[in-house]
Design a protein around this ligand. Sequence first.
Ligand SMILES: Nc1ncnc2c1ncn2[C@@H]1O[C@H](COP(=O)(O)OP(=O)(O)O)[C@@H](O)[C@H]1O
Ligand SMILES: [Mg+2]
Length: 336
Amino acid sequence: MDTNVLNKEAESKSRLLTVRDLTVSFSTDDGTFKAADRVSFHIEKGENIGLVGESGCGKSVTALSIPLLIPSPPGTIESGEIWFDGLDIMSMTSEQLQDIRGRAISMIFQEPLSALSPLHRIGRQIIEMILLHKAMPQKEAWQFAEQWLSKVGIPDAADRMFAYPFQLSGGMQQRIMIAMALMLEPNLIIADEPTTALDVTTQAQVFELIRAMKKKHTSMLLITHDMGVVWDMCERIIVMYASRIVESGSREDIFSNPRHPYTIGLLEAIPKLTGGRTQLKDIPGQVPSPFDYPKGCHFEKRCAFSMKKCMTENPPLYDCGTGHRAACFLMSGSSG
Ligand SMILES: Nc1ncnc2c1ncn2[C@@H]1O[C@H](COP(=O)(O)OP(=O)(O)O)[C@@H](O)[C@H]1O
Ligand SMILES: [Mg+2]
């Protein structure tokens, strides 16, 4: 067998998710825009990926596309491929999709109340999910749920099973969502700003919990504003700006050798403590409205290194090291 075939085989065994050229658009009263524009990335089995970028860049849209959860209308997956564990997500029947969601791919959102129904008691919601995916007697499912509530640090778990979500604090609701996301041992956890709504102490506890509970072979796509958390939790980082991936690489590449001016700006915006004073350097300007993206590089108007070409041409992702890529003409060598 030639090495190419062997490499491909090795890739397919270790590969959990491949997203290729994903384009998602939204139709609104003001017209149609692309929220994700030819987004391509992959996740290996057991790998933790951090997806970062300012608000409105298309991170949630990208994440929601994986289990085909884009609300439609107004959203449409215009093109692209999504392969999960060797299966083509886009050609799945609704039964197959329902089976995958929750069991193989689970989600943790910023707002736990968007995932929990306000009308039903916690226990009922959890066991419904267990029974949807696991053949288990109801009584056993109840015990299993109760054990998980204890595991994620919910005191008096047996009583809490009878509570309604609104009777619990935000931190407790988030713990319940984490229990629901982890208890079926999914292959992929998508955590979309899982702690943004929580106070700082609870944030740290929630990440500690995810880290402790997550199995080694489980992959994670973590969306967060907190670059410190990305450094702690993720092996690889994808940077999105205004609907496109602008850089991706190992966390060391991204933190020590960022190549895209946007990534450099993001890292400079992390507060640093120097001489007792906190310094925060903002990236000048704002993310443009998706109706108003520049014709060429979407970052061009905010970029200190902008060249003529950047105004009219969209830079491809250039290789700038093993597994490190940046969509900037500065990386194109002398041809820029
Ligand atoms: N359901 C929706 N309807 C219309 N526009 C949406 C919807 N969801 C997201 N968008 C738009 O798509 C773009 C990307 O959004 P999103 O993926 O949520 O950004 P991020 O998660 O990076 O903050 C934004 O301009 C946002 O307003
Ligand atoms: Mg988001």
